[in-house]
Write a protein that binds this ligand. Structure first.
Ligand SMILES: C[S@@+](CC[C@H](N)C(=O)[O-])C[C@H]1O[C@@H](n2cnc3c(N)ncnc32)[C@H](O)[C@@H]1O
Length: 308
């Protein structure tokens, strides 16, 4: 328990900002790779990927309350069990909860299943998108609840097309734009499978920036080894002549180096402009295997032939 307390003290926010307090998944804390703890204002959200004894859970909750006395709710989500509702260890689950990040707000869905509607580890990605969006027409692939779209519009994007096969996630995406008073006339939400929608996307393009943030595995819909090369090979015709790609990789079976090879093979005229990891709140034993965000830009203007 002392390992957890020491680590949390290093990450505790002084404000309401969404923050990862303990990141066991990076495998640098022996015995705790099943544990994540996040802070959303007065809500502390624990994610467990394995069973832990009730006494241990109660002790963790007590330590967390000491570390963050303003806490009104401590909830625990089991990720090793498919449809388990969150267990409230302290207080009461709020009916509405929001993640505050860099002046923007994202609605949380605390009882909707395994994911609460917001990927806290993608803060650096949202910052990168916000910084690179001014005046751009953007395609947000695998958009989920559209956090990149919110960040892009806050950064001055001209237009954002969001596409994800999860209709419910896109509905929350719409709410996220409203929550931040963003102009919905600049956004569209397409509830479709991406690989079957390439012709449609081509008609909506070309895009100045394409964001790719797929899951590491999702049944037949996405498998990193098969679908990353397929995806990157199809982006060319969607890109504007000086178009850019931001690719987010979070697949343990594929490394950042593997993704670079896929870009080199399929879009050789793109140059890697920068490479980011999730940051100091997400320490990992193998930097080539954790979350990586690669930003590619075109070196020169190229025109593409249609490839599908
Ligand atoms: C990692 S989440 C994306 C997170 C998102 N970029 C964000 O900022 O919060 C992956 C998303 O990909 C979607 N997805 C997976 N395979 C897909 C496919 N073939 N076509 C469309 N959406 C897909 C899932 O529904 C899920 O919402």
């Amino acid at each position: 328990m002392q390992t957890i307390i020491t680590e949390i003290k290093r990450h505790l926010p002084q404000d309401e900002e969404a923050r990862r307090l303990f990141h066991g998944r990076g495998r640098i804390f022996p015995g705790y790779q099943d544990l994540l703890i996040d802070s959303y204002g007065s809500l502390l959200w624990i994610t467990l990927f394995a069973a832990r004894a009730p006494a241990w859970r109660a002790q963790l909750a007590a330590e967390l309350r000491k570390l963050r006395p303003q806490t009104t709710c401590i909830a625990l989500q089991r990720r090793d069990l498919p449809h388990e509702p969150p267990e409230v260890l302290y207080g009461a689950l709020p009916s509405q909860a929001v993640a505050h990040e860099a002046g923007l707000n994202y609605q949380l869905r605390l009882t909707a299943g395994q994911n609460i509607g917001f990927f806290i580890d993608m803060a650096v990605g949202r910052k990168l998108v916000r910084k690179n969006s001014a005046g751009k027409k953007i395609l947000n692939l695998f958009s989920y609840t559209c956090s990149f779209s919110v960040a892009a519009l806050a950064g001055g994007a001209r237009q954002v097309v969001n596409i994800d096969m999860n209709r419910g996630a896109l509905q929350l995406g719409r709410t996220n734009h409203q929550l931040n008073n963003l102009d919905l006339r600049r956004v569209s939400f397409l509830p479709h499978e991406i690989f079957r929608s390439l012709s449609r996307l081509r008609k909506l393009g070309p895009f100045d920036l394409i964001i790719c943030d797929p899951p590491f595995a999702q049944g037949k819909n996405f498998t990193a080894e098969t679908h990353w090369p397929k995806l990157i090979a199809r982006l060319g015709p969607l890109l504007a002549p000086a178009g850019e790609v931001i690719a987010c990789l979070n697949a343990p079976q594929m490394s950042a180096t593997d993704l670079r090879s896929i870009f080199a093979e399929n879009l050789p005229h793109l140059d890697e402009d920068c490479y980011l990891t999730a940051g100091a709140d997400f320490p990992g034993a193998d930097p080539d295997r954790g979350l990586t965000i690669q930003h590619y830009k075109q070196l020169s203007k190229v025109s593409y032939q249609r490839t599908w």
